[in-house]
Design a protein around this ligand. Structure first.
Ligand code: B12
Ligand code: SF4
Length: 523
């Protein structure tokens, strides 16, 4: 049977990294089937394009996975596929959280023939077998014969053959503007391709922050792959990199990559010992980064950027969303420690919490300005279905758009916070983005990196221009031209530096990481 796995785009911005679930389910598909992958972020298809694709390739089953944010598009595409008579199975966090919705059991139209609840590693082969004999069930739940939930072990993680796959649709170099490619090549980065590849090393986070779906979805049982299986995957990527004469970076998509610091350190040591370093990004909660030995191993093993959910600079606010383990008084020291090791942070903030009041953006920006340059990102507190936050607000009758995802509006409040109006909270987010990524702030950030290797400044500038696109979508050539023009002085500065760099004898590798002596763990 021909199977298509499809991941929708969110209709506004583009993801730049393939979704792991598609590659994982392909690896878990029993032999004898051909699996096609289409990512809407890389190939924007309309509903009728997808229906034609399905007919042309004689697809017998379509699997669609989506987060809440993309579910509207997912339903639209599913409807088009079902209209040409091909069954659709949907999976992922959203349908797990509101299973009645895709099955049309809540008064809305039906969009899926079947749904896979939760982690589908063990149920997928069964779904494929049932679809092949035309006997799809409506719901596939990860339970044993006694009805007890079964969490997939990651001990026998399947091989994902990245090295044998065509990843061309995700080549980011192709999307860089010409000027950026020129500057990169002057700095020795003459890559033909650049791919950000998702790898998971473990699943689960027990912290249970009020707004987060992860603890509910993956459970608080934390599971890990073996070090050897992760390191083998990295080595395979390095071989691919060499063959393609390109560059590969890895996003460890674990919710909290250092949730078990001892295990993370052991993995990082194995990466170093087997020379499997590639530049990597991961999500790690701030409390775990007090440990300088961990930070030092992150740097030595290739870690470049850490995403941290700081959420707020107000400890009381953090307590209201059950994230009191974040200690705002530690933020600066930890970020400075990361900077000493050449690691930069994506610091994520949420506005619209019950403790927020007007002026929250300015208060946050004043603090961020005292930190090493990084990439702050801002969002509004969003009640995702299945979270404790959603239940709390629903019970209190505070949801203004209980099914906000069916009519998705980016950066719009879906409930009324206690200390700030929804409109004011939305304005605070706008102001925070505007101020953090305006040309003067970008120039100041690059100037602050004066003592860092040249490559840090280039990557930081490109990162800043791209990050800006999360809030101010930069999808057309015209929008890009405007952004480049506005940031012309920073760009010119980097170009001049690149030219100087080109004519200077090079004493160090452009992408080398400066790792200070490891200190004793501080926590
Ligand atoms: C990586 C990631 C991203 C990447 C996405 C790009 C990418 N290419 O992966 C980035 C960083 C861009 C991102 C952004 C966002 N993300 Co995100 N992200 C993740 C993260 C950390 C990992 C996803 C992953 O690969 N997991 C590992 C795979 C194996 O798990 P999985 O996808 O769930 O798939 C399994 C099952 O769900 C199922 N399955 C999934 N799809 C399908 C389909 C079929 C047919 C079947 C049968 C089964 C099936 O089988 C898989 C194997 O068991 C998750 C958290 C998490 N641990 O999952 C959050 C998560 C998915 N993100 C979340 C959110 C909220 C966002 C943002 C909205 C945040 C924001 N405010 O901007 C944005 C939206 C992005 C957008 N496009 O608009 C939420 C989603 C909640 C929800 N109900 O939708 C999650 C769960 C995190 C959280 N804190 O709650 N994210
Ligand atoms: S620490 Fe992060 S992944 Fe874990 S529950 Fe909190 S927000 Fe979710």
């Amino acid at each position: 049977m021909n199977i298509l796995l499809y991941s929708p785009d969110n209709e506004i911005t583009n993801n730049f990294m393939p979704h792991l679930w598609m590659f994982l389910l392909r690896s878990l598909t029993p032999p004898g089937h051909q699996v096609f992958l289409v990512d809407g972020n890389a190939q924007r298809l309309s509903a009728s394009d997808l229906a034609h694709y399905v007919e042309r390739n004689r697809i017998g089953l379509v699997g669609i996975g989506a987060m809440t944010r993309m579910i509207r598009k997912a339903y639209l595409m599913a409807d088009a596929v079902r209209a040409v008579g091909v069954p659709v199975v949907m999976g992922g966090p959203h349908v797990t959280e509101v299973p009645d919705e895709p099955l049309g059991r809540d008064g809305e139209p039906r969009h899926a023939d079947a749904i896979a609840l939760g982690e589908a590693d063990y149920t997928w082969p069964r779904i494929v077998a049932d679809a092949e004999r035309g006997a799809l069930q409506e719901i596939y739940a990860p339970v044993d014969e006694a009805g007890r939930e079964v969490k997939p072990s990651l001990a026998n993680y399947p091989e994902i053959p990245w090295d044998r796959m065509d990843l061309d649709q995700f080549n980011l170099v192709g999307r860089f503007p010409k000027w950026a490619r020129r500057i990169l090549s002057v700095a020795g980065m003459t890559w033909r391709s650049f791919h950000l590849v998702p790898i998971e090393s473990g699943r689960g986070c027990p912290y249970g922050c009020e707004f987060c779906t992860v603890t509910g979805f993956f459970g608080d049982s934390i599971r890990f792959r073996s070090n050897a299986s992760v390191v083998d995957e990295l080595l395979k990527l390095k071989q691919l990199e060499k063959r393609q004469k390109g560059k590969i970076a890895v996003f460890f998509i674990d919710d909290n990559f250092a949730i078990n610091p001892r295990r993370t350190k052991s993995l990082l040591r194995d990466i170093i010992a087997r020379n499997a370093q590639v530049p990597w990004v991961a999500q790690i909660s701030m409390n775990l980064l007090r440990d300088e030995e961990l930070v030092s191993l992150i740097a030595e093993s290739g870690g470049k950027v850490i995403f941290m959910g700081l959420e707020s600079i107000d400890p009381e606010n953090l307590k209201t969303v059950r994230k009191g383990f974040n200690k705002p008084e530690e933020y600066k020291a930890i970020l400075e420690c990361l900077e000493r090791y050449g690691i930069y942070a994506i610091t994520s903030f949420i506005f619209g919490m019950d403790g927020d009041s007007p002026g929250v953006a300015q208060r946050t920006l004043d603090v961020v300005r005292t930190w090493p340059p990084g990439f702050p990102v801002f969002g509004l507190l969003t009640p995702y279905p299945g979270t404790p936050l959603y239940s709390k607000l629903a019970a209190a009758g505070r949801l203004t758009r209980p099914k906000h995802w069916l009519e998705f509006r980016p950066f719009t409040m879906d409930f009324s916070p206690l200390g700030i109006s929804p409109e004011q909270a939305e304005e605070e987010v706008r102001q925070a983005w505007d101020s953090s990524y305006k040309p003067a702030t970008n120039a100041a950030a690059i100037a602050k990196l004066e003592s860092r290797p040249f490559a840090d400044r280039i990557i930081h500038l490109l990162g800043r221009l791209a990050f800006r696109g999360i809030y101010f979508p930069q999808m057309t050539r015209r929008e890009w031209t405007r952004v480049l023009f506005q940031n012309r002085s920073s760009i010119l500065r980097v170009i001049l530096e690149a030219l100087r760099f080109k004519h200077q004898p090079r004493s160090t590798e452009p992408l080398s990481i400066e790792v200070p002596e490891a200190a004793e763990p501080s926590a």
